[in-house]
Design a protein around this ligand. Structure first.
Ligand SMILES: C[S@@+](CC[C@H](N)C(=O)[O-])C[C@H]1O[C@@H](n2cnc3c(N)ncnc32)[C@H](O)[C@@H]1O
Length: 335
């Protein structure tokens, strides 16, 4: 049973429109607005006739009498959801926090209760999940956490990027990403770069810094990441050479064409589950976008089974094998 199904128990939602953060079951049942930073969720919601936006700042303030927030893997992302919901509830409105034991719903409820100075009412406790209701009072509400800054080294140079709440490796450069970054020194100058699954733009923006003539497309399923990448490109003065796209590898066409250099640190989780479908979809896109003399660099946990699919696209070579990661180079042509 999905956690969101608990919301459909009788008496949990009123008949009013609902603001729903990171899910859309309640909006589908009652109308309202869903906030869905992942483009795959957003596309699915739209297909079901649900009104949805990718970012909370598109929500008009204070118009809902009920809001639902799903507990997220990261505390900061949950906190951001709660703060947004609070801001957009009318006084006396209800804030419902929903989540499973495996994500720590009990401690999240305790933290929120302490912050708001009220106990919270347990509405459902079933299937190892809970729905807890809080009343919108005059309290200023949960604080929105500040996003971190991330320093990346580009040869002698360093770049500072603004991160975003809830994105991959939000407060530091991932180890695999660093391994790929270090190898950029050894790559011939490309004209067109694609950073597939760009996050806040670490790889694509480092490439633009390294090659002042290059142009880059950065693409990611997470709208928060795409906004951060766009802002970083502007702050670094790269916006005329760079385009960041909200893109789902699984359902949509490749985001670029004729690329000389494609950089990928593929996702292998959706939520807490291992899921290789997005990576496989990225590799199908890679096959379509890689120019005849193009190169792709792919970094992954050493145990992930990507070689067979990549070998169908071109010649692969292991460039580095370090700290549980492998860095693969793929060139067009047969092995
Ligand atoms: C391992 S992270 C790498 C992020 C960034 N390139 C870096 O190295 O810091 C994988 C990225 O792929 C994105 N992603 C996951 N599923 C995707 C999909 N279906 N389509 C496009 N991007 C996806 C995630 O949001 C995440 O930012």
């Amino acid at each position: 049973m999905a956690t969101s199904d608990l919301l459909l128990d009788p008496g949990i939602l009123s008949n009013d429109p609902v603001l729903e953060l990171y899910g859309w079951k309640a909006v589908e049942a009652r109308d309202g607005l869903a906030v869905l930073p992942r483009r795959d969720d957003w596309l699915q919601a739209l297909r079901s006739g649900v009104e949805a936006v990718g970012l909370p700042d598109r929500v008009a303030e204070g118009r809902f009498s009920q809001a639902v927030v799903y507990l997220q893997k990261g505390k900061a992302a949950t906190q951001e959801g709660l703060a947004t919901a609070w801001k957009n509830l009318v006084p006396g409105g209800r804030l419902l926090l929903v989540g499973g034991n495996e994500l720590g719903i009990k401690s999240a409820v305790k933290r929120l209760a302490q912050e708001l100075g009220q106990g919270g009412e347990l509405l459902v406790n079933r299937a190892r999940s809970r729905v807890v209701s809080f009343e919108r009072t005059q309290h200023s509400g949960p604080e929105i956490p500040d996003p971190a800054e991330v320093e990346i080294e580009c040869g002698e140079d360093a770049l500072t990027l603004q991160s975003a709440i809830g994105v991959f490796s939000a407060d530091r450069v991932d180890r695999g990403t660093r391994i790929l970054l270090e190898h950029l020194h050894d790559v011939e100058s490309p004209a067109r770069v694609l950073d597939m699954g760009c996050g806040i733009g670490v790889l694509g923006l480092a490439a633009l810094r390294r090659w002042p003539e290059a142009r880059a497309v950065l693409a990611d399923v997470d709208r928060r990441a795409v906004e951060a990448a766009t802002k970083n490109a502007v702050d670094l003065g790269f916006s005329d050479r760079c385009h960041a796209l909200w893109w789902d590898a699984v359902q949509e066409k490749p985001p670029s064409t004729d690329c000389d250099l494609v950089l990928i640190n593929p996702p292998f989780h959706t939520g807490k589950k291992v899921d290789l479908d997005p990576a496989r979809a990225m590799f199908r896109s890679l096959d379509q976008v890689l120019a005849p003399k193009g190169i792709a660099l792919i970094v992954a946990n050493r145990t992930l089974p990507y070689e067979q699919q990549l070998g169908g696209i071109g010649r692969i070579r292991m460039i580095r094998d370090e700290a549980g990661f492998k860095l693969l180079e793929l060139r067009r042509g047969s092995s």
